[in-house]
Design a protein around this ligand. Structure first.
Ligand code: PEP
Ligand code: MG
Length: 756
């Protein structure tokens, strides 16, 4: 059973569109279960369950038979969200007869719901003539099958919505894809799809503008690969046996016009881009070889795949150099990384969409700091098909639209316009203090990582840096930066903000932040070797960094050092000891420096419960609400599948934040918050009421938060906090905040309404 399950899922995964997905499922499930009928009903936009594929019933009935929710046996499976297994279906009161199916001959009926993310997408049914009940094993098999296929069907449905089959001249329709809000704002532009290099399955669907040029480009890449293979063959000649040498000749043969080369040329002549034509032809051959019975021939699939990837790498590298980015580039990729953002020419990047990741992935944080509307975790987005399409990114709600209708476009153009006005209206707040109506002052600082966001922060009137993520300059290199290289980068930050304080966090890698030159592979990276754990294990890295920070602060004296991921007192003490050591060394070396304040990030639950002890030993605390939320709620901040459980306004998180403030203040130690929550206008009243001394956020949110704080009294905020702290769940917290915003005329600072 497990084998047939695996092979069905594999085959379905490689199908190109929804009709082929459904066709494969019904044929293969019928076969595996040895039944006479297998059919799939899918829910249409009107809520009806329509027969979409069948093997066994009359095919003329496809698209004709429709059942409402709870109508007939199929509707009943959908309504009950559980399997129905009957030995004599036609005597069941819910049974409905559709003459066009020829169904009356079948007695036994087993229907299971197809459920994706709690939504019933459809019903999978098997039937048999004999009057018999499908046994427990068969029922379990069908349930397993359906659970595995639900995601594939959802994805294929989403892809189908694009209506791309048939090439460039098809009538395109608007399609909506759902993800997770990554960075607020709306962007309207053209998709540029970034595919991982040499991944044959991720090549975007692309046509070419000039067939002659594309052919010449393809031939030049083939010639380069031929040289490559020849050279490799020569180099390895002495080490290979005869059989292995033959393989190199076979590779060269495959590239000939009479073989793969010729097939690809034909596809390019049909108007496809070389990359797409190549990957399409190769995947077809890989599929054919893989399904052969002869083990020798089956093995050849990996040779074709290997050669395919090699040529693709050439095609992609050569194309990348010539890539032209449109004015309003919407960058789309399976897993966008922070470094990719740097590749787009300045001013051309309008929006981002990542298939993987979630709102607190680091690329999303970077996007927020750059003010680029972003959607993360759009898992069903058929991203390879979107290159060059018109796209709307709704970073407020996490929606992506392709080929928007004029009505939708104008709805979003209005929001873009309103946003511009809102930002312009907030400009006047730049020079004004951040205080409540009853004069309670709160420090508004910024989070930085790049020099670009430092500049933006200064423009927005930031009063200091609450979190400088030092890993960003580490990520942009191909080795650890030297002490002197670090000193120069840090000096730039300190100088830009002086005399305002700059809080530099020591290297916080691990989790989802990896350095290409220091790979860490772990099953559970967020609970593994992260942040301070790594740097304490590598004092040479830690000391070089701290020395660079201290040297950079010479004569400026605006440095603060922040330690990430502290989960116990000894970690803090060892880190402090190393910092003192570096400080003493530098004094001995003649530097004119002062000992900076040392702070602790409170971002794991143990630090919440030991906030008092940590505060007693540190100069300040700073809450990292991104990780704290992840660890308190046991929800991976990067996983789109659980993104709707990641709530920084969860009552448990709010209680933890309040505790940290009280404990820190009990020791007379100031406390800030530098996670994304600090920049959420909706949360700002609560954070002020809790007593946070510093809110540190992306520069783009600074004026919105200031505007909220300047519109209320501390008393009103405290009343809201008291009310919120009695609520049982995030939903009610959000509602309570919304009504306070409404009452204070601040609604527009929250996200705009969804299009109807
Ligand atoms: C946090 O965890 O809230 C934080 C500020 O650190 P980072 O997002 O870089 O992990
Ligand atoms: Mg963190």
């Amino acid at each position: 059973m497990l084998n047939s399950l695996r092979s069905i899922v594999q085959e379905v995964n490689s199908a190109r569109d929804l009709p082929s997905v459904l066709k494969i499922i019904v044929a293969r499930v019928k076969n595996a279960m040895n039944t006479q009928v297998c059919s799939i009903y899918l829910r249409d936009p009107q809520g009806y369950y329509t027969l979409m594929a069948t093997d066994g019933l009359n095919e003329q009935a496809i698209g004709q038979v429709r059942l409402a929710f709870n109508e007939g046996l199929v509707g009943m499976v959908a309504a009950r969200e559980e399997p129905i297994n009957l030995d004599q279906a036609d005597s069941h009161p819910k049974f409905q007869y559709f003459p066009e199916t020829g169904e009356e001959r079948y007695s036994a009926f087993l229907g299971v719901p197809i459920i994706h993310h709690r939504n019933v997408l459809g019903v999978l049914v098997v039937q048999q003539m004999e009057r018999r009940k499908f046994d427990e094993g068969e029922e379990a098999f069908l349930v397993t099958m359906s659970a595995q296929l639900a995601g594939v069907i959802a994805h294929a449905e989403a892809t189908g919505a694009l209506n791309v089959i048939g090439g460039t001249n098809t009538q395109r329709r608007e399609a909506k894809f759902v993800g997770v809000p990554g960075a607020p704002g709306v962007a309207i532009g053209r998709a540029v799809v970034i595919s991982p290099l040499a991944d044959l399955t991720a090549v975007p669907y692309q046509t070419c503008e000039n067939v002659e040029e594309e052919l010449a480009f393809f031939q030049s890449c083939l010639a380069a690969v031929r040289e490559d293979v020849k050279r490799l063959g020569e180099e390895l000649k002495l080490r290979l046996n005869k059989e292995e040498q033959v393989l190199f000749d076979a590779y060269l043969g495959m590239l000939d016009d009479a073989s793969l080369g010729g097939e690809v040329t034909e596809r390019i002549l049909e108007g496809f881009s070389a990359q797409y034509a190549w990957s399409d032809v190769i995947l077809e051959h890989v599929k054919n070889f893989s399904s052969m019975n002869d083990p020798y021939l089956r093995e050849r699939a990996s040779d074709v795949q290997d050669l395919g990837s090699r040529v693709l790498a050439y095609l992609q590298e050569s194309a990348q150099k010539e890539r032209i980015y449109p004015e309003n580039t919407i960058l789309i990729g399976e897993e966008l990384t922070a470094s990719v953002l740097g590749e787009i020419p300045h001013g051309k990047l309008a929006g981002l969409v990542s298939v993987r990741g979630s709102s607190n992935s680091h690329v999303a944080i970077l996007a927020r700091s750059m003010g680029i509307p972003t959607v993360m975790g759009a898992v069903d987005l058929p991203f390879t098909k979107l290159d060059g399409r018109e796209i709307i990114v709704d970073g407020y709600h996490g929606s992506v639209y392709s080929d928007p209708s004029p009505g939708l476009k104008s709805h979003y153009q209005d929001i873009v316009e309103e946003d511009l006005q809102l930002v312009a209206g907030l400009e006047q707040l730049k020079e004004l203090p951040c205080e409540t109506l009853d004069k309670h002052r709160v420090a508004l600082w910024v989070n930085t990582g790049l020099m670009a966001d430092a500049m933006l922060s200064l423009e927005r009137g930031a009063e200091g840096v609450g979190l400088y993520r030092t890993e960003v300059p580490f990520m942009l290199r191909d080795r650890f930066p030297s002490e002197e290289e670090q000193r120069i980068v840090y000096r730039e930050q300190l100088q830009a903000f002086a005399p305002h304080p700059v809080t530099m966090r020591t290297l916080d890698i691990g989790g989802d932040k990896s350095l290409p030159y220091f790979p860490i592979t772990e099953d559970n990276p967020f609970l593994g070797w992260r942040g301070i754990r790594i740097t304490l294990d590598h004092p040479e890295i830690f000391l070089a960094q701290v020395r660079a920070m201290l040297k950079a602060s010479e004569d400026l004296n605006n440095l603060r050092i922040l330690l990430p991921m502290i989960s116990s007192i000894p970690e803090l003490e060892v880190a402090q000891m190393l910092i003192y050591r570096a400080f003493d060394e530098l004094l001995d070396e003649g530097y004119n420096i002062q000992m900076p304040p040392i702070g602790v990030m409170v971002e794991v639950p143990s630090a919440v419960y030991q906030a008092r002890e940590l505060a007693a030993r540190a100069d300040f605390l700073s809450v990292g609400s991104n990780d704290l939320t992840q660890y308190l709620l046991a929800v991976d901040r990067n996983n789109a599948r659980v993104a709707d459980l990641y709530h920084s306004l969860h009552p448990a998180v709010l209680r933890a934040l309040h505790t940290v403030v009280k404990e820190s203040h009990s020791q007379g130690v100031p406390v800030g918050i530098c996670g994304e929550l600090a920049g959420d206008p909706a949360a700002s009243m609560l954070l002020v009421a809790m007593g946070f001394d510093v809110l540190s956020m992306s520069a783009t949110n600074l004026l919105k938060v200031k505007s909220v704080i300047r519109s209320i009294t501390l008393e009103r905020a405290e009343k809201l906090l008291a009310e919120v702290m009695t609520l049982p769940d995030t939903e009610s917290v959000n509602r309570c905040i919304e009504s306070t915003f409404e009452e204070s005329g601040l609604t527009r600072l929250l996200k705009p309404k969804l299009p109807t």
